[in-house]
Design a protein around this ligand. Structure first.
Ligand SMILES: [Zn+2]
Length: 233
């Protein structure tokens, strides 16, 4: 293992650990965001509000029909009870009875309409409630996947960190300090691989003599263009 290959291994471990850490942050954000469930819950609340309105309309329509029927009964009791014999009064009662019966029809039509609206509102509520249940189940399943993925990533980070400790044992303080110093400046890529005579980060063509130096691995050689350490693999 040359100086640069140890640094390259360190870099690759650091990058893997950083990526895993980044993904864990994303997962945490996803786990916190249950916006789909909240949306479905708001939909249920809205439909429930409508259902309550329709229920109270239905119950007042029902009440109106009952009280109209009671009035008709009273009218009939007077009309047919025999206590009223005056023809004018009986005629008035007869007219009142007809008018009460006509209005009862109107009220019964309203009640029928209210019953249909109530059926619809109940169905809408049941649908929204079932949808909420489904979304809750889906969200829990998705969350289970994410939680499992996060656990895997945490294990991987632990594994890579112990590998990192081992690699650090082969790196001099001087090389480590150089690596750490450049890490931020080069966004984690301090050591550039060389392929087919080129620096894979900036693409510069490397002279044959420089390639030989890089391959020997005795010294840390920097790219003349991007200034990274070069690693021949
Ligand atoms: Zn370069």
């Amino acid at each position: 293992m040359s100086r640069v290959s140890n640094l390259f291994n360190l870099q690759e471990l650091d990058r893997t650990i950083a990526q895993a850490g980044q993904r864990i942050l994303e997962i945490d954000a996803l786990l916190e965001d249950d916006s789909a469930v909240q949306k479905a819950r708001r939909a249920v609340q809205a439909v429930e509000g409508q259902l309550n309105d329709v229920r109270s309309e239905h119950s007042s329509a029902e009440h109106a029909v009952q009280s109209q029927r009671a009035k008709i009964k009273q009218n009939e009791a007077a009309l047919y009870g025999g206590s009223i014999t005056n023809p004018k009064e009986l005629e008035d009662l007869q007219l009142e009875r007809e008018s009460l019966a006509r209005y009862l029809e109107t009220l019964e039509d309203r009640l029928l309409e209210a019953m249909m609206e109530l059926d619809e509102a109940e169905m809408a509520f049941e649908n929204a409630d079932a949808k909420l249940d489904l979304i809750k189940v889906q969200s829990a399943a998705e969350n289970a996947d994410l939680v499992a993925e996060k656990e895997q990533l945490q294990k991987e980070i632990e594994r890579r960190q112990s590998e990192r400790e081992a690699v650090l044992g082969n790196i001099s303080d001087e090389d480590r300090a150089a690596y750490e110093k450049l890490k931020e400046r080069f966004d984690g890529v301090v050591i550039a691989e060389v392929r087919e005579g080129n620096c894979t980060v900036c693409g510069v063509d490397l002279a044959r003599s420089k390639l030989q130096e890089i391959q020997s691995g005795r010294e840390l050689i920097r790219c003349s263009q991007c200034n990274r350490f070069l690693y021949a693999g």
